[in-house]
Design a protein around this ligand. Sequence first.
Ligand SMILES: [Zn+2]
Length: 107
Amino acid sequence: MTRFEQELKNNVFVSSFCTRCNKQVWPPSDMCNSCFGNIIWKPVTRIAKLIEFSRKGDEIFGIVEFENNIRVMGRIVTTSALHAGQMLNLIECDYDGKAKFVLAPIV
Ligand SMILES: [Zn+2]
């Protein structure tokens, strides 16, 4: 299991960050994808922008973007109407063979 996956299991969302390029390296990797230098693991801000979403039965899934850069697919828990561009809180992340993210609108 990678560091990224281990942290997710502890409900911590981290991303690889290259201090030489001063940028996020996404998807997470042990090596920078532009300069091939070492990376450090940094916590990601737990606030995301909703890019798009769709309903599947009772569940809502969406693509959300963290820090204007990191896009993931997540499940959105809400009883109110959603619209693209609104801000969501990451309330839970986990890893069980794949990364899982659960988000809810910021009230
Ligand atoms: Zn780099």
